[in-house]
Ligand binder design. Sequence first.
Ligand code: HEM
Ligand SMILES: *[C@@H]1O[C@H](CO)[C@@H](O)[C@H](O)[C@H]1NC(C)=O
Ligand SMILES: *[C@@H]1O[C@H](CO)[C@@H](O)[C@H](O)[C@H]1NC(C)=O
Ligand SMILES: *[C@@H]1O[C@H](CO)[C@@H](O)[C@H](O)[C@H]1NC(C)=O
Ligand SMILES: *[C@@H]1O[C@H](CO)[C@@H](O)[C@H](O)[C@H]1NC(C)=O
Ligand SMILES: *[C@@H]1O[C@H](CO)[C@@H](O)[C@H](O)[C@H]1NC(C)=O
Ligand SMILES: *[C@@H]1O[C@H](CO)[C@@H](O)[C@H](O)[C@H]1NC(C)=O
Ligand SMILES: *[C@@H]1O[C@H](CO)[C@@H](O)[C@H](O)[C@H]1NC(C)=O
Length: 325
Amino acid sequence: MAGTSSLGIVVVVVLALIGSTQAQLQMYFYGMSCPKAEHIVKDYVKQHIPNAPSLAAALLRMHFHDCFVRGCDASLLLNSTTGQAEKNATPNLSLRGFDFIDRVKSLLEAECPGVVSCADIIALAARDSVVTIGGPFWNVPTGRRDGVISNITEALANIPSALSNFTTLLSQFNNLGLNTTDMVLLSGGHTIGISHCPAVSPRLYNSTGPGGIDPTMDSEYAENLKANKCKTASDNTTILEMDPGSRKTFDLSYYSLLLKRRGLFQSDAALTTDSTSLAFINQLLSSPTQFFFDEFGKAMEKMGRINVKTGSEGEIRKQCALVNS
Ligand code: HEM
Ligand SMILES: *[C@@H]1O[C@H](CO)[C@@H](O)[C@H](O)[C@H]1NC(C)=O
Ligand SMILES: *[C@@H]1O[C@H](CO)[C@@H](O)[C@H](O)[C@H]1NC(C)=O
Ligand SMILES: *[C@@H]1O[C@H](CO)[C@@H](O)[C@H](O)[C@H]1NC(C)=O
Ligand SMILES: *[C@@H]1O[C@H](CO)[C@@H](O)[C@H](O)[C@H]1NC(C)=O
Ligand SMILES: *[C@@H]1O[C@H](CO)[C@@H](O)[C@H](O)[C@H]1NC(C)=O
Ligand SMILES: *[C@@H]1O[C@H](CO)[C@@H](O)[C@H](O)[C@H]1NC(C)=O
Ligand SMILES: *[C@@H]1O[C@H](CO)[C@@H](O)[C@H](O)[C@H]1NC(C)=O
């Protein structure tokens, strides 16, 4: 019997060793290779986000866009070389986020050259920024490696559109292993940040209700947006909030607005058109904010694992905008 159980132990140990050589994300991946890495990101965020809190939204959105195209591999940060890069498909606002990531990367390169991936920096900076503005914390296991391809066509195909309906959105999320509750939770990111008229104008000027207004949108809200924000159908510069009055606070008000038919984008409003999704919105609203925070965090951790490159895949870029030569 003693022989059998020690054989059992050997088998378990061997299996564990095999498991550990199969690279995957892990907490504090840089614990040995660059022990200060996560502190450097956090300190930089804590130092700068309070002066520029709107960057938190840009960084959260950057992480989402990165993960939805080729996995969370910082392909979003690459500059165009031959074809057009993903970057060119994102609105200019995110550019503020690009500079921010580059500055964090410089600090990390000074501390431990060639060790910390740009993909992990995005994931950590997004989490730390959201925490800094009073939003939820979530675990960010690290060990992502950087991709070498960035393609605008893929970005346009994979990044959900503000004009999409529930079915289209859910299939995009499902393709990446995310389900209905993940989609409702992650869309809750719209509790912070800003947008531009093109994402909503078709609902205000070119839909099927009176005055071209989308009949699923609260008409008072729509009239107000047309009178004060998106004054023409082609305005592409005016900034508007997805969660008016509360865009700096990570809270449940985005979901309350959805039930008042005041979701800004069709993609927000769409979350009330499916029974599972609607039931979950009601559950969020009838629970303490902490429930939203906890569940949002789990969904973010799940999003942060989408098609990640680990082990010897990809590379650790020296500069986030360029593939290593
Ligand atoms: C469900 C599909 C989604 C659609 C269709 C969508 C669409 C959009 C659009 C059109 C904007 C405004 C861009 C602009 O006009 O400047 C925006 C902003 C934003 N989105 Fe989403 N989004 C989605 C999901 C998400 C997810 C999953 C997150 C993160 C977890 C997120 C976080 C944000 C944030 C924080 C902003 C504000 C960015 C800023 O202030 O710079 N969105 N989104
Ligand atoms: C990437 O492109 C931006 C904008 O075109 C430019 O400012 C930046 O210097 C480029 N980065 C590198 C490393 O070439
Ligand atoms: C970008 O991706 C599209 C769709 O997968 C493909 O047709 C195109 O050739 C790619 N472009 C480059 C420059 O690789
Ligand atoms: C985006 O940035 C480019 C280059 O900085 C500028 O030429 C263009 O006008 C900007 N577009 C908008 C909509 O702000
Ligand atoms: C959702 O949008 C897609 C693409 O535009 C369309 O084919 C589909 O019929 C729409 N589904 C519903 C339920 O409206
Ligand atoms: C979505 O997946 C999470 C686990 O990642 C699970 O807890 C949740 O119940 C799932 N939601 C649905 C609607 O299946
Ligand atoms: C308005 O919608 C129609 C069809 O729904 C489309 O053909 C037209 O191009 C749209 N106009 C604008 C300004 O978006
Ligand atoms: C924004 O609108 C102006 C004038 O309506 C137009 O000239 C410009 O090309 C538009 N910019 C973008 C990025 O669509």
